[in-house]
Design a protein around this ligand. Sequence first.
Ligand SMILES: [Zn+2]
Ligand SMILES: [Zn+2]
Length: 248
Amino acid sequence: MAEQIPSCSGYCRKCGQEHTIAEGPARDYCLELMEVLEEKKRIDLTVPDAEANPHFSTDYLFGEARGQMFGILACRNQKGSKVNLKAFSGQFDGAWVVEGWAPPLFDVRQWHRISHDVEKEIKTLGKEIDRPDTDPARRANIVLQRRELSQQLMKDIHALYTLTNFHGESRPLKDVFIGQNGIPTGTGDCCAPKLFNHAARSGLIPLGLAEFYWGRENKSSSRLHRRFYPSCAGKCQPILGFLLCGLE
Ligand SMILES: [Zn+2]
Ligand SMILES: [Zn+2]
């Protein structure tokens, strides 16, 4: 029999135990969000139809780029009123910030400043590697140089991430991540970390979390349109223990 996996959990070093949050009312709110996405076919939901930006059309999720995860964190505020936060995983067609959705765990301007020049340099090296007349010894050198550049870029980008939990503690990603094999690319960009971080910084108390996939299935077919999935084991579980700390 398959082991029962909580929808969202992670080990907390400080408390020496797992912290977990259930779906609570969030699944129903996700079903409502699915209806809105189905009807509006866009994610800039704070503006009227006439002002919709074509850049935020969900058509993007059904093409080459394929779908992505969406999530809702049902919360209550200090006065006891219900507040729902929602998030999309990673970027939406290159955009980190879309009004009405939880922001990423870093300063977006700094992210662009760091990545822009290095990405350009990496692309230039890539072109030289692909050229048939590049000397083999030189090619091997460039391959190495490109790998070092992208590893450094990933470190620099990870250094921008700050995570805040429900004790009000803020820590850099590298201090929070639990694992031996380095921090995977995209750690902190899933819905769950964006949502908990935003809730903690906004003084909201989470009641439940649910995440679903929207769009064309991913290449391995492990993510299907409209299906709910637990928080991922590779990127989210190693930071969720810290993020959920202070909730109980
Ligand atoms: Zn994840
Ligand atoms: Zn804890």
